[in-house]
Design a binder for this molecule. Structure first.
Ligand code: NAD
Length: 358
């Protein structure tokens, strides 16, 4: 039986980095007998150009029928002026929503070889290993009502709704506790319970779950403090769980601690373990087509896919070890390059990971 993976390269550097991840997956497929079968589809601007929509229903159906989806990134200046309802990012929001991908796992791990690429001092980040669990299908990014309206005095007013139902908090909370059980058994729930009622409820639900996980230490932090603590003493955290908007912002901060957004993978899972895997970064239009993008975040996303959706932990471990080996060899893309290392292309970095796997 083959195991179907849908590839969605998307826009900008997406096709370049997905090509490298596929090379690596083909290599572990042979080595571990995984029987992977790839199907490539369009998303984002590329899909708008072809179908007039950022995500065709036929693509969505193919994703539903697959074991997992590996995505590059969407968006770019070509589509920035389009109507908001059909912008490339809508394709991404649609696939997350339609497939029920409510749990976004974003590990921020600092490879020791890259400690000097971090914007923080080496001693603050060396050995950093945080997991940010971000709620992905609710909160203010989806809440209704929303829009821009005209007030009685003629002035325009923009408005959004920050909303979370108990079941939404409970399922992401469980996910965080379970991840913590496999790690250092600490969960920090981030909210703004001093100001926002929606997050008062968030905190109450998290507290209600805690007795089910007596081995896990649960703490709470306001989001402004969490942002500060992430750059003050990031190693105090193990698992951070938070809502959609706070998670969006905090995970990019955590990304910078690791040296480059080009190193960070992510997984978005539904309740059955089905997942969409993608690098944390965007389509980087400023470097697209130049062969200089870092493919490692996408290669590490492919490793997460093997681990979480295909239960192929050995193959996932092998990819992660191969990435470490390549960094040990001093090979770097431009974004993580430092004095004394070899600056290599996207393709050369992908080839080096394959070579390290053989
Ligand atoms: P970005 O992440 O694309 O780029 C930010 C900076 O990081 C740029 O300087 C870029 O060159 C660099 N960078 C990103 N990935 C890199 C990599 N793999 N290797 C080396 N350098 C890398 O964010 P942005 O510039 O704010 O957004 C560009 C486009 O991407 C926009 O259209 C945005 O909407 C879209 N976007 C998409 C996603 C997604 O698909 N999940 C996420 C964020 C942004």
């Amino acid at each position: 039986m083959t195991r179907k993976i849908v590839l969605l390269p998307g826009d900008g550097i997406g096709p370049e980095i997905i090509a490298e991840a596929v090379k690596v997956l083909e290599c572990v497929d042979k080595k571990f007998g995984l029987k992977l079968k790839f199907e490539e589809e369009l998303i984002g601007g590329a899909a708008i150009d072809e179908h007039g929509l950022p995500l065709a229903n036929s693509t969505l159906e193919k994703c539903r029928a697959a074991e997992a989806v590996l995505m590059g990134s969407v968006g770019g200046p070509k589509w920035d002026t389009m109507d908001a309802s059909i912008r490339p990012e809508k394709g991404l929001l649609k696939i997350r929503y339609e497939l029920g991908l409510f749990a976004n796992l974003r590990p921020a791990i600092l490879y020791p070889q890259l400690a000097d690429a971090s914007s923080l001092k080496r001693e603050l980040v060396a050995g950093l290993d945080i997991l940010i669990v971000r709620e992905l299908t609710g909160g203010i990014y989806f809440g209704e009502p929303r829009g821009i309206r005209r007030l009685d005095n003629g002035e325009r007013q923009g408005y959004n709704t920050y909303v979370y139902a108990e079941h939404e908090v409970e399922r992401i909370g469980r996910n965080a506790f379970e991840m913590a059980m496999k790690r250092n058994k600490k969960v920090c729930s981030v909210d703004k319970a001093n100001v926002l009622e929606a997050t008062v409820l968030w905190r109450e639900v998290m507290q209600g779950l805690a007795p089910e996980y007596p081995e896990v230490e649960l703490s709470h932090m306001y989001v402004d403090n969490a942002a500060m603590q992430l750059v003050r003493e990031p190693k105090q955290f193990d698992v951070i769980v938070t809502g959609n908007m706070f998670g969006d912002i905090l995970s990019d901060t955590a990304a910078m601690l690791t040296g480059s957004i080009g190193m960070l993978p992510s997984a978005s899972l539904n309740s059955d373990g089905f997942g969409l895997y993608e690098p944390v970064h965007g389509s980087a239009p400023d470097i697209a087509g130049q062969g200089i993008a870092n493919p490692l975040a996408t290669i590490l996303s492919a490793a997460m896919m093997l681990r979480y959706s295909l239960a192929e932990a050995e193959a996932a471990d092998a990819i992660e070890a191969a990435v470490g080996k390549v960094l040990d060899q001093g090979l770097r893309s431009a974004d993580i390059w430092s004095e004394g290392c070899d600056k290599v292309s996207t393709q050369a970095l992908g080839d080096a990971v394959v070579a390290a796997l053989l």
